[in-house]
Write a protein that binds this ligand. Structure first.
Ligand SMILES: O=c1nc2n(C[C@H](O)[C@H](O)[C@H](O)CO)c3cc(O)ccc3cc-2c(=O)[nH]1
Length: 317
């Protein structure tokens, strides 16, 4: 019998939506969601893990779908006070969101691993599926610009991705080991498929692939690897992917996504608005599914999750 456990690799926003779709159609024992921690940083003495929180809030039904990050029905009293006190206010922490940062930060300081803290917080929010940081060791994404190397959140939030990016690096790799649950999921006898969620390949998925031994493990996989493209209609729905592709000298098309993942990729799911890309991709030997990938509600998230699982030959009920 072929394995049925699914390993999903996810960044924030778009990735979190598909992760929630996968969690809606797979039981907890059949899914492990590995999350990028390259966006993490220390701010006001708090450990901020934006992608872990985006996935957590999406699975808990707490995510703000308009803003794309943080908690819905958020209030901003603490930020207003911080601002009045003249403290750093470039990175917005909502009142409810602050709660998760306080809980995470003191538990980390008390010596718990990021994996254990994440399990504790997600379980407390009623999430039965495994949300797993890619590594318990700090990995920090940095973007090279004309102003020098910028920490990811400086580039993304403070600078609004305005500087031209000429390079990306992940501080902390290659020495960062995969988290115990990541290593265990990869080694499972019943591993059936790997799904790369529609996250930015350069900023959100590459940090996961850069963790010690991960790229090699994925190259040696015996199961299908399916990716959902983050591009829709030749651009990114949110975030700097389209701008970044141009700055890194890549075409803003699914060809660039396929080339970037290279031999790792068995199957690419592209949006119907990019159907014209399919012929070229297939001519290059890649198997392609064309479908709607804009996850505007739970129904579409679940449908796309089923499409991805079917492409990976995983049966769902
Ligand atoms: O554009 C912003 N993104 C914010 N994000 C998103 C964050 O920058 C992520 O890295 C992106 O979602 C990229 O995945 C937050 C995420 C959190 O978990 C907590 C707070 C923030 C605050 C901001 C913010 O002020 N501005």
């Amino acid at each position: 019998m072929s394995g049925k456990h699914v390993l999903a690799l996810s960044g924030g926003v778009g990735g979190a939506k598909l992760a929630a779709g996968l969690a809606a159609v797979l039981p907890p024992e059949d899914l492990t969601i590995i999350v990028n921690t390259g966006d993490d940083f220390e701010h006001l003495d708090l450990t901020i893990c934006p992608d872990i929180d985006s996935v957590t809030y999406a699975l808990a039904g707490l995510n703000d779908t308009e803003r794309g990050w943080g908690v819905k029905d958020e209030t901003w009293q603490a930020m207003a006070m911080l601002k009045a006190l003249g403290e750093a206010d470039w990175f917005n922490l909502g009142d409810r969101d602050l709660g998760i940062h306080l809980a995470r930060s003191w538990r980390l300081r008390a010596g718990e691993s990021l994996s254990d803290v994440t399990t504790r917080l997600t379980r407390s929010l009623g999430i039965a599926h495994a949300i797993v940081p890619m590594s318990d060791a700090p990995v920090r994404t940095q973007v090279r610009t004309q102003e020098g190397w910028l920490d990811f959140q400086r580039y993304f939030v403070a600078e609004q991705c305005r500087p031209v990016a000429t390079g990306i690096r992940f501080d902390g790799v290659p020495s960062a080991m995969p988290s115990p649950a990541f290593a265990a999921a990869l080694a499972r006898e019943d591993l059936g498929a790997i799904v790369i969620c529609p996250s930015n390949p350069y900023l959100s998925v590459d940090p996961i692939l850069a963790v010690d031994g991960i790229r090699e493990a994925l190259e040696a996989r015996k199961v299908p690897l399916v990716a959902v493209s983050p591009l829709v209609g030749g651009t990114a729905l949110k975030g700097p992917l389209a701008k970044l592709l141009g700055e890194l000298g890549q075409p803003v098309s699914n060809r660039a996504i396929a080339d970037h993942y290279g031999d790792l990729l068995d199957h690419l799911i592209i949006d119907e608005a990019d159907a014209a890309d399919a012929e070229g991709l297939r001519a290059g030997g890649l198997s392609v599914t064309i479908t709607g990938t804009v996850m505007c509600d739970a129904e579409v998230r679940e449908r796309l999750a089923r499409v991805a699982l079917s492409a990976a030959r995983i049966e769902t009920g």
